[in-house]
Write a protein of this length. Sequence first.
Length: 158
Amino acid sequence: MAAGSGKSVLFVCLGNICRSPIAEAVFRKMATDGGVVDKWVIDSGATSDWNIGSLPDSRGLACLRRHGTDSDHRARQVTKEDFASFDYILCMDESNLRDLNKKANSVKNSKAKIELLGSYDPEKQLIIKDPYYGSDQDFETVYEQCVRCCKVFLENNP
C-alpha cells in the first residue's frame, strides 16, 4: 500500500469515523497545500471493526467543511499488512496505542513507528479525546488539535 520511495502515514482511532478521518483529511490538505501530497500515502483506520464501510460522523464532516476540507473516507480496520507498509501509525489515545502495539507484536515484518498523534502537539495536549458522545465544539477541538499536530509532524517529515 505504501509508496516505494515516498512516505506513508496511517491515522488511527477506535472506530475510524471521528478522530482519525479528521486527522487524515487535515494532513492530506496540508500536504496538498504544501505541494508534497504526491510524496505521501495517507490513510486512516480503526482498532475496532464496529464501523467498517461507514462514512465519517456527520458532525466531523460538517466541521471539516467549515474549514474548507472534506473527506470521502470509508471506515476500515487496521490490518497486519498496515504495520509492514506504513512508515508511521499515529493514534489518538492510550487505548489505541495499547491495541496497536499489541497487534504490531504479532507482525513479523512490522516497520511502522507507532506514536500518539498528540506527541506532536506544541500545546502538549497528548490525548485527542473521542468526540463521539460530545458536542460540535468537541469536534472542533479535535480538528484544532489535528491541525497543530499534523503541522508539526509534516514539518518534521518534509
